[in-house]
Design a protein around this ligand. Structure first.
Ligand SMILES: [Zn+2]
Ligand SMILES: [Zn+2]
Length: 248
């Protein structure tokens, strides 16, 4: 028969094991907003929104910090969440959001852009994303580019690239060369995804070629962040191609 002492010990060990696997350095800012460091100065933010068709839906964005400057690639779903994220960056990382980039014009990328503008961030987006934001009555990004552009955040350089259509015609990716982190956004599906997600504006013909362009362009990507679900490696690009092949 087990003594009370060893039962307590087993319980304590079990809770230790749970917290060490569950934490993975995730910082929960609110029940609907969390951040997780993936590499030095590179974070993922995850926000949740209750959607009529999909239920409570998590969406990822990326934060790149250098010195006291921060860049947010895809805002959280809402302005309120973006305000909480900006306050956390200021208080905890002593960084101000100077740049915001929505990777396409859907709410999980652009929904917090108004708050980002109000906190003094300058925004950049593909020219087509500006058109879609205007068409859909969303906050309009301030600066447009065609195809690709490089942005300097503190001492770091980040590449924004339109590799082609996929989840939407305008979806772009962001590349952090010094950490080999690729933010794929909703163009890239997570390893657990069993479908292509919301394909209402997808280009199913063009999408595979766009993923192959990413494979050719970033063969040394170490971490790839999808729009929804857990980050992974190059396997996420292969998995997205496999999901596309199933649709043919
Ligand atoms: Zn989308
Ligand atoms: Zn999405």
């Amino acid at each position: 028969m087990m003594s009370m002492g060893s039962v307590a010990m087993v319980a304590a060990l079990a809770s230790l094991a749970v917290s060490s696997t569950a934490s993975r350095d995730v910082v929960e800012l609110r029940p609907d907003l969390a951040v997780e460091q993936l590499a030095p100065g590179v974070w993922r933010h995850t926000s949740y929104k209750n959607l009529p068709t999909y239920g409570n839906t998590p969406a990822n964005g990326m934060i790149v910090v250098s010195d006291s400057a921060a860049m947010v690639v895809d805002t959280p779903w809402t302005n309120e969440q973006m305000e909480v994220l900006g306050a956390w960056l200021a208080d905890s990382l002593h960084a101000r959001v100077i740049v915001a980039v929505p990777c396409h014009a859907h709410d999980d990328c652009i929904g917090g852009l108004g708050a980002a503008h109000r906190m003094g961030a300058t925004s950049y987006a593909l020219n087509q994303t500006l058109e879609f934001a205007k068409r859909d009555g969303k906050e309009i990004p301030q600066n447009a580019f065609a195809d690709s552009m490089s942005l300097t955040i503190g001492a770091r350089e980040i590449l924004l690239l339109h590799a082609g259509p996929g989840h939407t015609p305008d979806n772009i990716v962001a590349w952090v060369p010094d950490q080999k982190v690729l933010f794929g956004g909703c163009l890239v599906r997570s390893a657990h995804a069993k479908s292509l997600g919301n394909t209402a504006e997808a280009d199913l013909q063009g999408w595979p070629g766009t993923i192959r362009t990413l494979l050719a362009r970033f063969p040394d990507a170490g971490i790839i962040i999808p729009g929804h679900g857990a980050p992974g490696g190059l396997d996420l690009l292969d998995h997205t191609l496999a999901l596309l092949a199933e649709r043919e």
